[in-house]
Design a protein around this ligand. Structure first.
Ligand code: NIG
Ligand code: FE
Length: 416
């Protein structure tokens, strides 16, 4: 059945005229149509003004079975959250409270807490329990306007437990209408049992885990946390190469804790995205631009672990494809709310509202190679959209800290 939404006060199309991303000053053009209308089935069929829609109905060229009035509302493409870790076990709220009393993220990690706390919880969880945690977070994300997500493993750090996480993501793909991309992140931390023999764990990742994941076909991407205190550049290169050799593409955690050179490595290896980038160097920025690697910025992490924000202005103004994402995970950014990420991006990274919307929609879709079919409201794309209870997209930024989204539509169906 065709649905027409009309009288939309602010229809944000992020029209890219078929382009797969926007960069530089083009990110300031979000293709807003005042008093807009959109017609869709499973795919978007037509986008224009309400006056044009009325004309089309009058002359019989369209005959929607379902008409929705959206006066006073804003409609925008569903957010594409291209970097999350929503499938995990355990709870770290008490560690978080310790951080509030002065302990640092790195101190807690050095004591065997942090990621390793989530590893314990994840190893003790069944696939169904992991899927249930991911399911709740994904549905909540959708209630905040998200219609597609990437999800990583990386809290198991054994062959079996990593497979369990990826199989849990598979359950989300089956049970929810949202799009889920999946990423293998066996190189998230070194598990305690390999602390004195990291080479052996890296061999396990390259020779057993990656081939097993590839054989089951349950991860599109291979990721590694290449940073101070985690994986070295040399170790990271070896792991990412094994991913490539087994047919996966690359998404990489880069320069989050220190200026480490991991962005340059990711770009040099043709990664689809380099993520975090709090400490990216000018060389790293240039390398991402040259390689066409998406820079995925995760301001929730800088906020949550009290770190300096990524240099978004420099990255965008250099012409790098720039995306925004939650990094939703139990340790360094526990939020699934993309509107909050937009707020942090404009206030703390000096992005404009328009840039933030492009980064959270079209460019997020580019970060998971789905921008040919989502991330903007253009004919032919999936009808994935969010309806916000505000007159203009600018209200989403202006009136902050609340959920503006009233309805989320996925593949032309009202989901929440
Ligand atoms: O993306 N940077 C590495 N990993 C996560 C944090 C993981 C955790 O603390 O559980 C991140 O920020
Ligand atoms: Fe992450």
């Amino acid at each position: 059945m065709q649905t027409l939404i009309k009288n939309i006060s602010s229809l944000v199309t992020v029209d890219a005229e078929g382009g797969k991303f926007k960069t530089g000053s083009d990110m300031r053009d979000i293709g807003e149509i005042r008093d807009g209308a959109i017609l869709f089935g499973e795919k978007i069929e037509w986008v224009g003004t309400t006056a044009e829609a009325k004309e089309k109905m009058a002359n019989g060229s369209i005959n929607p079975g379902n008409i929705i009035e959206a006066a006073g509302k804003t409609v925008l493409p569903g957010f594409v959250d291209s970097h999350t870790h929503i499938v995990f076990g355990g709870n770290r709220s008490r560690e978080f409270a310790r951080r509030l009393r002065g302990a640092t993220y790195q101190e807690i990690a050095a004591e065997g807490g942090g990621i390793l706390t989530s590893v314990k919880g994840t190893r003790n969880a069944s696939i169904d329990e992991l899927a249930e945690t991911g399911y709740k977070l994904a549905v909540s994300a959708a209630m905040h306007g998200t219609t597609a997500m990437e999800v990583k493993s990386g809290y198991g750090l054994t062959l079996q437990s990593e497979l369990n996480q990826l199989r849990a993501i598979k359950i989300l793909q089956k049970e929810l209408p949202m799009h889920f991309s999946s990423t293998f992140l066996g190189a998230h931390d070194i598990p305690t049992e390999f602390k004195d023999n990291r080479g052996k764990y890296i061999d396990l990742i390259c020779n057993e885990m990656i081939p097993a994941v590839a054989k089951e076909g349950i991860a599109e991407y291979c990721d590694a946390f290449i940073d101070k205190g985690y994986y070295t550049l040399e170790e990271g290169r070896k792991i990412l190469q094994a991913g490539l050799d087994n047919g996966m593409k690359l998404k990489v955690h880069c320069d989050e804790l220190a200026s480490f050179g991991s962005s340059e490595l990711a770009a040099g290896m043709g990664a689809v995205s380099a993520d975090h980038l709090l400490f990216i160097s000018d060389k790293g920025t240039a390398a991402l631009r040259e390689a066409g690697t998406v820079a995925t910025l995760l301001p929730g992490t800088a906020y949550f672990i009290r770190m300096p924000y990524a240099p978004a202005r420099k990255i965008i103004d250099s012409g790098v494809i720039t995306a925004l994402s939650t990094d939703c995970n139990p340790g360094s950014s526990f939020t699934e709310n993309m509107q909050l990420i937009l707020s942090l991006a404009v206030i703390n990274m000096n992005m404009t509202a328009e840039e933030a919307i492009v980064a959270a929609t079209l460019n997020g879709a580019a970060a998971i190679e789905q921008s040919h079919r989502m991330g903007s409201l253009e004919p032919g794309k999936d009808a994935n959209l969010a309806i916000a209870d505000c007159r203009s997209y600018t209200d989403i930024f202006y009136h902050f800290g609340i959920n503006h989204i009233e309805e989320t539509w996925i593949n032309g169906e009202r989901f929440v």
